[in-house]
Design a protein around this ligand. Structure first.
Ligand code: 5GP
Length: 178
């Protein structure tokens, strides 16, 4: 694997496709065990989580449903600003076991604003699975129940994650080269 260029920035290989595949299988194994016979509803947060959500969902062997919601708090390489909901949730979650699928938890702002909206609908339980977590970047404390990789506070792309629209279509994850 070599350095890739997206817009004006260079990115170096950081997490291989194989390491991601293994981690996704581990996360799915834990979910298969914990949600057996609970028929959970997964809610994947678009856009960034679409590849992770698909790969994770394929590894589930239990009965499970999935729905999608579009939230965003990112412009360029900085998190923040207003969290916008542009596609609403079309699934009834009252009394259901809900698992949010996130690509990456950074400041925690997105989930901090979204989770109360879901809690309001009284799910039986509400947990988070995230492929990546940047604990150093946390501003809004957030418990990531199923965390894939804990990474430093550096910008990453690939495997669904973009830099200004590009870079989502790589099987590996790349880190900004400074
Ligand atoms: P938070 O609200 O936790 O600050 O940010 C969550 C969202 O910001 C993620 O779902 C993701 O879309 C975006 N994000 C956070 N860190 C990164 C990063 O390093 N790279 C990319 N491409 N997006 C990120």
């Amino acid at each position: 694997m070599s350095i890739i260029r997206i817009h004006d920035k260079n990115f170096k290989p950081y997490i291989t496709a194989e390491a991601i595949r293994k981690k996704v299988a581990e996360l799915a194994e834990a979910l298969n065990k914990d949600y057996k016979e609970k028929n959970p509803v997964f809610i994947a947060i678009l856009n960034g989580s679409f590849i992770f959500a698909a790969d994770l969902f394929k590894e589930l062997t239990i009965d499970a449903e999935i729905s999608f919601i579009k939230l965003a708090s990112y412009k360029g390489m900085k998190s923040g600003g207003q969290v916008i909901t542009s596609i609403g949730l079309d699934t009834e979650i009252f009394g259901r076991h809900v698992v949010i699928i996130e690509d990456i938890v950074d400041t925690g702002k997105t989930l901090n604003e979204f989770l109360p909206q879901l809690q309001h609908q009284q799910p039986a339980s509400l947990k988070i699975v995230a492929l990546l977590h940047k604990p150093e970047a946390t501003i809004y404390p957030m418990k990531v129940d199923y965390s894939g990789f804990e990474i430093p506070d550096k910008f990453v792309v690939g495997y669904g994650l973009d830099y200004n629209g590009l870079g989502r279509n790589t099987p590996a994850i790349y880190q900004l080269l400074e």
